[in-house]
Ligand binder design. Sequence first.
Ligand SMILES: [Zn+2]
Length: 209
Amino acid sequence: MELLKGVHVIESMANSALLTEDRLILVDTTDDAQATDVLAYLKKTGFKPTDIASILISHVHPDHVAGLAALKDASDAEVAAHQIEAEFISKRKPYFDWDLAHAPVEVDVPLEDGDRYQELTVIHTPGHTPGSIALLDEAHDLLIAGDSMRVLDDGLIAPMDDTYNIDPAQHRDSLRKLTGFSFEALIVGHGAAMASGASNRLKDAVAKL
Ligand SMILES: [Zn+2]
């Protein structure tokens, strides 16, 4: 669905974001090694995989990275992720005791906190995984949060379930860090996207931590 003009949410096991103004940017690649939902969405909206300029990965969890190899093959897009996470995505380093099933992909652009990449500001939000990132799209007043937070069924923002957080305290510190940025719209990996009011709802969530 199109959340804002040129800002799409591809709903799947974990949501992907697709930016379509000026250039095509995909954030996250679903839990499906064939990336069926993403490819179908591109087709439906009149784009080809080769239109994708960059694929960003918010973090290495299987529901965000499984479709990367197929999408890289189909698009030849540049792949970008935090430099810590790049080692897990390429499988140069094991990810703790997890048996990551995704096909390894080299990350072309290793990112750091504060980098500007494809007109997005990279915010390092460790705690869910060591190299988790959120992406601030100032042009759309939008945060693409990955799993640095989730949106519950009642629309409230909350931390991720600690079962999946490598460092729960650090995950909450990252949520506090994100209150230092201003954004109206929000796309998360898990939960409904919102077009307005997101910064204020995040502040409410952080006040309860
Ligand atoms: Zn995750």
